[in-house]
Ligand binder design. Structure first.
Ligand code: ADP
Length: 449
């Protein structure tokens, strides 16, 4: 096992990784930008290294500075968290070239899944159902028209290198196709330096359901069920739950088994998430994330498996100590994301936190790096905390989340807590009756009334 891990991230996830390390008797190194010198992850880690100025490009994305920090502190392994360098194949390669372990999949798998065209092809070959669309990339309007003949409209043009919903354009009819193609190509080129696009049938009212997998380096693969992440605003998840209110145990077991077999066939290692759109009882793959997800705690709550601990164990070459049939899904878990943003305008609200009070009680978990007097820097993502609850039933978990949110106090900045409280009063949401467009529709209705 490793004796020291460098955590190449910040905020709540840096803290989450630090906690797993300490419980395993592993020393931690925090890296931080100049703007983060007073951050909680820096305070709690055993050692810390300042790696550059506030701008992420010069600090949390600065590979030479991070590698130097590893060398100065003699770290054995690097945990990238999510975002930043977590899905950067070159970083994984460089870490390993410096005789350290990258806590994640191989660089080859990161690369394969990082390009959505190759990812779709790889998982389809391994038996995972995908959204009908073009066979590989589409270069010209002529090719796009051919695909449209087979697949029909509405069609979505998507960037191979896409992320965060960028490089995506909808063509409702043949008249929109040429413009959608050009716009997606241009946006993808500008955002990712790669203008490759592909076409997919546009699903009108799907849910976003993703399957968590975990694979060791000895050929053992287990799925840990699904998370329903359909409540989104501008492709950003707002509230997640496990299990999905839309699936039966039989459907879960079936899609889980399909994914488990495919991941074994691909020879993947570590934790990963296979994202699907789910409509009328059918699953359609959209992408695979080769890292820990923000919403991983809901899976931990219903399976009692510590995913970060497992990532570290797998990276150290250890075996999973359970098989699929040992995994028990128990009760229901909900997570809501708390952002430092105005709950109506979504304008970021960095600044000094005056009072901070965390909720508590049975089966309540708060993953946050906030403290009273902390100044939230304006340079990074506005996620400041995740409130996670577990209950025996979905109803119990909903009551618990409402109770816990009611106890939470954050003053001095704006947060999205008022929006989450309103959401927890909504009948459709309480019934579990929502798709990926539901939240934006509901917010528009509220804004109009
Ligand atoms: P990104 O990596 O940019 O987040 P994804 O492929 O994960 O791109 O898609 C992001 C979101 O876009 C999905 O969660 C869904 O809301 C929507 N989306 C993607 N593909 C389709 C599709 N074929 N039909 C309908 N909506 C889609």
């Amino acid at each position: 096992m490793f004796s020291k891990i460098l955590i190449a991230n910040r905020g709540e996830i840096a803290l989450r990784i630090h906690r797993a390390c300490k419980e395993m008797g592993i020393a931690t190194v925090a890296i931080h930008s100049e703007a983060d010198k007073d951050a909680m992850h820096v305070r709690l880690a055993d050692e810390s290294v300042c790696i550059g100025p506030a701008a992420a490009n010069e600090s949390y994305l600065n590979i030479p500075a991070i590698i130097s920090a590893c060398e100065i502190t003699h770290a054995d392994a690097v945990h990238p968290g999510y975002g930043f360098l977590s899905e950067n194949a070159r970083f994984a390669d460089i870490v390993e070239a410096h005789d350290m372990v990258f806590i994640g999949p191989t660089a080859a798998h990161i690369k394969l899944m990082g390009d959505k065209i190759t990812a779709k092809e790889a998982v389809a070959n391994a038996g995972i159902p995908v959204v009908p669309g073009s066979d590989g990339g589409v270069d010209s309007y002529e090719d796009a028209k051919e695909v449209a003949k087979d697949v029909g409209f509405p069609l979505l043009v998507k960037a191979a290198a896409g992320g965060g919903g960028r490089g995506m354009r909808l063509a409702r009819t043949a008249d929109d196709l040429e413009e959608a193609l050009n716009a997606a190509q241009q946006e993808a080129l500008a955002a990712f330096g790669d203008g490759s696009v592909y076409l997919e049938r546009y699903l009108e009212t799907p849910r976003h359901i993703e399957i968590q997998v975990i694979a060791d380096t000895h050929g053992n693969v287990v799925h840990l069920g699904e998370r329903d992440c359909s409540l989104q605003r501008r492709n950003q998840k707002v509230l997640e739950e496990a299990p999905s209110p839309a699936l039966t145990a039989k459907q879960r077991a079936e899609i889980g088994e399909t994914v488990r077999k495919a991941i074994a066939k691909i020879g993947y290692r570590g934790v990963g998430t296979i994202e699907f759109l789910y409509e009328n009882g059918e699953f359609f793959f959209i992408e695979m994330n080769t890292r820990l997800q923000v919403e991983h705690p809901v899976t931990e709550m219903i399976t009692d498996i510590d995913l970060v601990r497992e990532q570290i164990r797998i990276a150290a070459g250890e075996k999973l100590n359970y098989t699929q049939k040992d995994v028990v899904f128990s009760g229901h878990s909900l997570e809501c994301r708390i952002n430092a943003e105005n709950a109506k305008t979504f304008i970021p609200s960095p600044g000094k936190v005056q009072d901070f009070h965390a909720p508590g009680g049975l089966n309540v978990r708060l993953d946050s790096a906030l403290y009273s007097g902390y100044s939230i820097p304006p340079h990074y993502d506005s996620l400041i905390g995740k409130l996670i609850v577990h209950g025996k039933t979905r109803e119990g978990a909903l009551l618990r989340l409402r109770r816990a949110l009611g106890e939470m106090v954050i003053t001095g900045i704006d947060t999205t807590i008022p929006l989450l409280k309103d959401l927890l009063e909504n009948e459709d949401f309480l019934k579990g009756d929502y798709d990926i467009h539901w939240l934006e529709r509901w917010m528009d209705e509220q804004a109009d009334s």
